[in-house]
Write a protein that binds this ligand. Structure first.
Ligand code: MG
Length: 337
């Protein structure tokens, strides 16, 4: 089993601004796992919020020695070793998880959703993200996103009301709101939540900083709009403590180390009667296609990471007006263009 990787620079259609950062390019690491004449592809899209960069990803991958495993089919054992190699490094671990799953699907000749017995048509519509920007740019983005039935709006900057008012002057389609921890105290957060009421908001993601769990619990008691945890839920172990503070969780493969753990997170969230959403980072069709394999199990999907870039080096799941169409190709289905 040999691993090799390359760093890719992805270019965004528009500067992507959220409450804590802005970017025009995203650097991802594409992992190639080859064994027995079959190649599985994985991806890491590292973010500084979780302590990773392309350099930490490649250093982690270089530290792995998987030579003692006879086959990528030994997924459970291999991923246990990858997990034990170092703490953190979740997107790097995700790259290995995705490549192993892709390899397994290709070896068996089936798409992953079929391997898991999922019906692709059950996937919820994916939202399309509008980042924080000037009124002029927001108008342009809303026009560009005309075909998408659900928009996800980044708030938590200093122009929340302007962002929402601009969009609402153009369309009444469902909006998901993501504050990215931008509302720093509970009174501000509650005022924003109340202002958003009756504006056809599907849910609000991470209204306040993850560290303020008591405030989040206080807010949820007063919010009529469902609250979804994102920055508060990195991995499986965080979920039980969030019941009562959030109505649901946003799973991201790059935070949770991949498909293996994502499936366990879905099971735990369901046991706690929480909603399940899957989001993404800026990713190529590798990461997005892998996540989309689990879409039939979700309440909400926000898998638009590769729609926001101009130069996706892979072809995989299609996103047409928010409808995710999985390819019948084996594995996660993303192949180099
Ligand atoms: Mg979010």
């Amino acid at each position: 089993m040999t691993l090799s990787w390359t760093v890719h620079e992805l270019h965004l259609r528009h500067t992507f601004r959220i409450s804590r950062s802005a970017s025009d390019v995203a650097r991802v690491v594409i992992l190639r796992l080859e064994h027995d004449g079959i190649v599985g592809y994985g991806e890491a899209s590292p973010t500084r919020r979780y302590g990773e960069t392309p350099e930490t990803v490649t250093a982690f991958l270089a530290s792995l020695d998987l030579s003692r495993y006879e086959s990528p089919m030994m997924l459970e054992d291999i991923l246990a070793a990858v997990e034990a190699a170092a703490p953190g490094n979740t997107s790097a671990k995700c790259a290995v998880d995705l490549a192993l799953h892709d390899w397994m699907g290709k070896k068996l000749g089936v798409p992953l959703y079929a391997l898991w017995g999922l019906t692709p048509e059950r996937a919820p519509l994916s939202s399309f993200t509008i980042a924080i920007d000037s009124t002029e740019v927001v108008r342009k983005k809303v026009e560009e996103a005309a075909e998408f039935p659900i928009l996800k709006v980044k708030l938590g900057g200093d122009n929340d009301e302007e962002m929402i008012s601009t969009i609402r002057s153009m369309t009444d389609k469902t909006l998901y709101v993501d504050a990215n921890e931008g509302w720093k105290d509970r009174e501000t957060a509650l005022a924003r939540v109340r202002w958003l009421k009756d504006k056809n908001i599907g849910f609000i993601e991470q209204p306040m900083p993850a560290a303020q769990l008591d405030d989040l619990r206080w807010l949820r008691e007063r919010s009529e709009i469902p609250l979804i945890a994102d920055e508060s839920v990195v991995r499986l172990d965080a979920i039980p403590s969030l019941a009562g503070a959030f109505d649901g969780i946003n799973i991201k493969l790059m935070k949770c180390t991949g498909l293996r753990e994502a499936m366990r997170m879905i099971a735990v969230a369901r046991a706690l009667k929480m909603k399940v959403m899957m989001g993404c980072m800026i990713e190529t069709a590798v990461g997005i296609s892998a996540g989309a394999q689990l879409a039939p199990l979700l309440d909400y999907a926000d898998l638009d990471g590769n729609v926001l870039i101009t130069d996706d080096p892979f072809d995989g799941v299609r996103n047409t007006a928010g409808r995710l169409t999985l390819t019948p190709r084996p594995g996660h289905g993303a192949v180099p263009r």
